[in-house]
Design a protein around this ligand. Structure first.
Ligand code: AMP
Length: 224
């Protein structure tokens, strides 16, 4: 992947987007930009902005488009993202956001959009058992907890269930995904930017699958 490549990872909540986006960012040495992480950091800081964001997040609702676009604009204008490219995780989530992203970026917007595909029954199970480190965001599950069940193996932070992983918030987030985010799949397909990757199975295998699909597709683009 050449420096400056801009990728988006799409997928339902619980598809493994966050975990895989972190790994891809490490593999390609580009910043991982997660709007969920940015909002969770704002909530932890206790700022007014964080308090407002938290109301939407805890209810499983989307933070308003203009607020999210402002946050992303600010992050992507930083040198690391401008020079090295980035992997966007959790953004765009609506067609409005995707259009705004195209306007923010020079040279025709992002190069590639990966849809990490996992059926709803599987994500429901994963979300109910998901646990996360409040400090560094590392994901665990009831089946694969950290060695000390409440302490993160990576940074020692507290490992908890996310506030928005309650049954009603999960249901609402999946509903919003179908309504607002799923249409982006067809939107990016029409622009010939979409690659679909099967997100089921061992996380290491999914990472290898993603890297193969991305490299193949970017090479094809470079040869064209
Ligand atoms: P995530 O970690 O990506 O599931 O995001 C957690 C929560 O942050 C979401 O349920 C939304 O409330 C909010 N959020 C994150 N990204 C966006 C976005 N692109 N648009 C609107 N709300 C967002």
């Amino acid at each position: 992947m050449v420096p400056g490549t801009r990728l988006v990872v799409l997928g339902k909540q619980g598809a493994g987007k966050g975990t895989q986006a972190v790994r891809l960012a490490r593999h390609y040495a580009v910043p991982h930009v997660s709007t969920g992480d940015i909002f969770r950091a704002a909530v932890r800081s206790g700022s007014e902005f964080g308090k407002k964001a938290r109301e939407f997040m805890d209810a499983g609702e989307l933070v308003p488009d203009d607020v999210v676009v402002g946050v992303v604009q600010e992050r992507l204008s930083q040198n690391d993202a401008r020079l090295r490219g980035f992997i966007l995780d959790g953004f765009p989530r609506t067609v409005f956001q995707a259009e705004a992203l195209d306007e923010l970026l020079p040279n025709g917007g992002v190069e590639l959009v990966i849809d990490l595909e996992v059926p709803t029954e599987v994500v429901l199970k994963r979300l109910a058992s998901r646990r996360v480190c409040v400090e560094c965001g590392t994901n665990y599950s009831i089946e694969k907890p950290p060695s000390d069940p409440e302490k993160c193996d990576v940074c020692g932070g507290k490992v908890v269930q996310r506030e928005d992983d309650t049954v009603s918030a999960i249901r609402r987030r999946l509903e919003l995904y179908e309504e607002q985010t799923a249409p982006l799949i067809a939107w990016y397909m029409r622009k010939d930017k979409l690659v679909t990757v099967d997100g089921i199975g061992d996380p290491d295998k999914v990472t290898a699958r993603l890297i193969r699909a991305i490299d193949l597709r970017l090479r094809r683009g470079a040869d064209a």
